[in-house]
Design a protein around this ligand. Sequence first.
Ligand code: ARG
Ligand code: ZN
Length: 469
Amino acid sequence: MIHLRRRPALLAAVPLAVTALLAAADPALAAGGVGAPGVGDPYFPLAGNGGYHVDHYDLTLNYDPGSRRLEGRAVLTARATQRLTRFDLDLRGLKVTGLTVDRTRARHRRDGQELVVTPGRALRAGEQFRVTVTYSGVPGPVTDPDGSLDGWIPTDDGAFVAGEPQGAMTWFPANNHPKDKASYDFTLTVPEGRTAVANGVLLGKRTAHGRTTFRWRQTEPMAAYLATATIGKFRVQQFTTRAGVKVYNAVDPREAAASAPVLKQLPSVLDWESKLFGRYPFRAAGAIVDRAPQAGYALETQTRPVYDRAPDIGTLVHESAHQWFGDSVSLTSWKDIWLNEGFASYAEWLYAEQHGGKSAQASFDALYATPADGDLWAFPPGNPGSGKNIFDTPVYARGAMALHALRTAVGDRAFFRILRAWADRHRHGHGTTAQFERLAERVSGKELSGLLHTWLYAPGKPNTRTKNR
Ligand code: ARG
Ligand code: ZN
């Protein structure tokens, strides 16, 4: 998606001296032609890499659930944002068996999660280049700072693949940070009888010599953590919605009975969310319902969330809302995680409110009753403090409370206009908390910095209670 890559286009156009100045100001742009080992995220310093953007990933993977062996080839089409004599990719474990840059063999070495690449000649700022990495091995998950597993998680019949925040690098070499979004092609080969499900639209499926190859295409830009290649014995259901969205559901037969009534509601949930948040951002949708107790969580993998078990309606609403908030509008820093989780949680409150359940105000009040020393108030959602806390209660629940406080302050009309404007202005791009605050003030015409500061950044239980509506 070249038109979305504002930064490289800008850097390519400005003279060298200015590029150097910008490089000095941006920690991700290291001097001396060496791409930085991270994009500068304080919570995950080595996540992503400096010096280039990836436009497209073409991933060809072969997986054998019996031996748990993965053979992969990744072709990255990228663009240098500075002169590069050396740059990094993120890759954990696995063995690199070949690496070329623009079809010429390149030197490379491993250093923890960094795959350090030295191309045969320096890449010019603005130059497009292609990296091909062949690799193999037995992939496994990473353990996140919060102790949960993330990445390639083997199951009894395949693998549950969910990469938030770090796990993409456990199965393909990536610029592993949501700041860098790209389109994807997947060619996944598994033993006949297993199904391999990725993001986007299924282009084709072919069986030969006891192995089946699934080809998937994710056209709209996607952050690496939202990629999946979940494999198992699945029952598949395919249809196109009235709005023209291609739905592909893959369900572990052991979860089929429990998930059927909830999955049936997917089209109406997406319709309802489209009315609230604006047009659904992708051409494909669906669900992957696996049995993966090792993971213990669901993830909003783009177009097609992965569920570790049959979801309840709240979880379906939550992961679907992420398609707008988190997937289409992406983070630039993990610190802003409330922009994902607070919004998806508030979508659950809204769903209940509009479908005969609790009002959002009642959800707010119930949480507000939490005593001041409760976990809910352990830290403010706009400043979780470290990567260990990004999926904790304050991010989800107090994040949703912050949105409800905003709604109470500006009224329903302005509030829903703000949500739609946010999804629309930053569609297929990025957004920061500061940008959200400015947008809310612009749309509502109200000064909101005090209220938002209280709910997002002030430590402890806020004592300015929103009025009952
Ligand atoms: N974003 C997921 C959700 O829908 C949660 C992911 C949790 N990941 C983790 N590694 N703990 O809430
Ligand atoms: Zn979530």
